[in-house]
Ligand binder design. Structure first.
Ligand SMILES: Nc1ncnc2c1ncn2[C@@H]1O[C@H](COP(=O)(O)OP(=O)(O)OP(=O)(O)O)[C@@H](O)[C@H]1O
Ligand SMILES: [Mg+2]
Length: 233
């Protein structure tokens, strides 16, 4: 299964959700690959690994030589050395994902804020599920509503509100999204709270499932629910 974590907006939690989702999948013993579309490779740092310039996903697309970094017993990370891909590479990119599907049960694509059109259009085409992390504020919700009306937006399966602060504004936009999604095929996930713990964990290169801190329990439940929705849908 290929899951694309996508939002053109920056800083909404794409990489954080990719990280914690991969870690949650690992608890279920699923072999997972993370392919990042962000040449900054910052989700690698969130797992406590440094990116040393070298071969990445583009090299893999061209040669099928594995360039993954083994970051956890069941998680391999495919870094991205450049996000410049010509449209003549579309079929090769698709082949690369087909190849990965033979090894991994789940492939998570960590989207980039301003991703190259070729990578994005392939991911939109081949992904089985699209998760859109958003913030519960005016610009995010309006941006999402516009996106859902586009052709690409039809493929969105899951909306993951992040940075929830329980404010009046957050609650109002969550309610609006509930209304908006209730008769559609899109699942609105329960909001993931903004927590200092998440920042601390990313600094330490740990996931929400790799701490005993009791502040993690509620957020963990959100990811467990996300996994249930992904596999029961
Ligand atoms: N629920 C949360 N509570 C607190 N901090 C969070 C939460 N989710 C993400 N963050 C922090 O917010 C910052 C941005 O998150 P992240 O990098 O995951 O967003 P992104 O959408 O991947 O950004 P970009 O568009 O730059 O790739 C990170 O420092 C991350 O640790
Ligand atoms: Mg990111």
């Amino acid at each position: 299964m290929i899951i694309y974590i996508k939002n053109y907006k920056g800083g909404v939690g794409k990489s954080t959700i990719t990280k914690n989702l991969a870690s949650g999948l690992e608890k279920s013993n699923l072999k997972t690959a993370i392919v990042t579309f962000d040449a900054q490779n910052d989700s690698l740092a969130m797992f406590g690994h440094d990116w040393e310039a070298g071969n990445g996903f583009k090299h893999f697309v061209k040669t099928k030589n594995d360039c993954s970094i083994h970051i956890r017993p069941n998680i391999h990370y495919y870094p991205l050395e450049t996000d410049v891909f010509g449209s003549n590479m579309k079929n090769k990119i698709k082949d690369a994902f087909e190849y990965l599907k033979k090894t991994y049960q789940v492939i998570l694509i960590d989207g980039a804020p301003a991703v190259d059109g070729v990578l994005d259009s392939v991911a939109l085409e081949i992904s089985n599920k699209i998760i859109v992390p958003i913030m519960l504020d005016k610009s995010s919700v309006n941006g999402l509503a516009r996106f859902l009306e586009t052709e690409a937006g039809q493929k969105v399966n899951l909306i993951a509100p992040n940075f929830y602060g329980g404010t009046k504004v957050n609650k109002a936009y969550f309610k609006a999204l509930e209304e908006f999604t209730k008769d559609s095929s899109v699942t609105l996930l329960n909001p993931i709270k903004r927590t200092a713990l998440e920042e601390e964990l990313s600094e330490k290169g740990k996931t929400i499932f790799e701490t005993e801190d009791k502040r993690s329990f509620e957020t963990r439940d959100r990811y467990i629910e996300m996994i249930e929705v992904i596999f029961n849908d």
